[in-house]
Ligand binder design. Structure first.
Ligand code: HEC
Ligand code: HEC
Length: 278
């Protein structure tokens, strides 16, 4: 490169190429589908990855995919954590969610949870057509003869949820019905399939634009259930007990309504811890 002019031109080209590359890099970050890149903002992942199944506004269409619109922020965070550390381990979770959740950083999780929880709440949908007075009765009064507590005592009067207790109003009937025996195994142990289907339909029907919840306040024994979830809600703000994994690294623990015990890392850990400490 003897000619100084040519050298200058060459450097200028390099500089331009450099800034184009830098811009391209920046653009990619804003359009990235890269699950494993910690620099991609949570809201970009929402657009590029999560919206495929959950909808850009969290109003998913396919009833296999839960709506996330207006879902409780703490609940979204607690699920993303338990999906990432594989405590949430059902077939559908493994199949569809272990991939997308695998590399999320806590910053990305927080941005995603903030985004979905701020969207207008879930709309009532097709499953509402199955709603019945039986479903409504179970929601507000439980099934006393089967030892099933009123759902409203934790999921709240209008199904809006509370912290780590999820919003259920407007959620797909199909999804709720499927998840009920997994997420609420203890509470629903003696409920029939027909009753679970009925209450799931009722919950979908009280979403936005759907039926007005006919709250039966007198029959909801909140104090009894609150005594149970009191611990759950406390645990979401207070740090869990100090538990260490095989490498000696501390783990974050959560209180679980599945076992009514601390849930640290794996289900087995949780049971062992629970049995030792009860
Ligand atoms: C291929 C489809 C698909 C993609 C992509 C996807 N999800 Fe999911 N997601 C699902 C399914 C299916 C479930 C329900 C799994 C089950 O039944 O346990 C789910 C469940 C969830 C839940 C739990 C909701 C609840 O009510 O318990 C959260 C939170 C969630 N997804 C967030 C995300 C986020 C954040 C992303 C993007 C990083 C994402 N999902 C990408 C299909 C998907
Ligand atoms: C003691 C409090 C409590 C009561 C009573 C209760 N729930 Fe729940 N429910 C919860 C909590 C907490 C979760 C989240 C569990 C988790 O994090 O795995 C949940 C989760 C669920 C889910 C999963 C939602 C999702 O988005 O995946 C369904 C479905 C559900 N409950 C249905 C019911 C029904 C139906 C009743 C009444 C018959 C009921 N629950 C009563 C506390 C309660």
């Amino acid at each position: 490169m003897k000619n100084p002019l040519a050298r200058g031109a060459y450097l200028a080209i390099l500089a331009v190429a450099g800034s184009v590359l830098a811009l391209a890099g920046c653009t990619n970050l804003q359009h990235s589908r890269d699950w494993s890149n910690e620099n991609v903002p949570g809201t970009v992942l929402v657009q590029q990855v999560c919206s495929t199944c959950h909808g850009i506004d969290g109003q998913s269409v396919n009833t296999l995919f839960p709506k996330l619109a207006g879902q409780q922020k703490e609940y979204i965070l607690s699920q993303l954590e338990s999906i990432q550390n594989r405590d949430r381990n059902s077939e559908h979770t493994r199949q569809f969610m272990w991939g997308p959740a695998r590399y999320l950083t806590s910053k990305q999780m927080d941005e995603i949870a903030e985004y979905f929880s701020s969207q207008p709440p879930m709309k009532a949908g097709r499953g509402s057509a199955l709603a019945s007075t039986r479903g409504q009765t179970i929601y507000y009064e439980g099934i006393p003869e089967a030892g099933v507590d009123a759902c409203a005592s934790c999921h709240e009067d209008k199904g809006q949820g509370d912290g780590v207790v999820p919003r259920v109003a407007g959620q797909h009937q199909y999804y709720l019905n499927h998840r009920a025996r997994i997420a609420m195994a203890l509470i629903l142990a003696n409920a029939s399939d027909a009753d679970i289907a009925a209450v799931s339909a009722y919950m979908e029907s009280i979403g936005e634009g759907g039926a007005t919840p006919q709250v039966v306040k007198a029959s909801v024994d909140k104090s009894k259930s609150k005594a149970k979830i009191g611990k759950v809600l406390d645990a979401s703000t207070a740090p869990g007990p100090a538990v260490f994994d095989a490498k000696g690294d501390p783990k974050t623990c959560h209180y679980s309504v599945w076992t009514y015990g601390w849930y640290c890392g794996s289900f087995v850990d949780a049971l062992v811890y629970h049995l030792k400490n009860q």
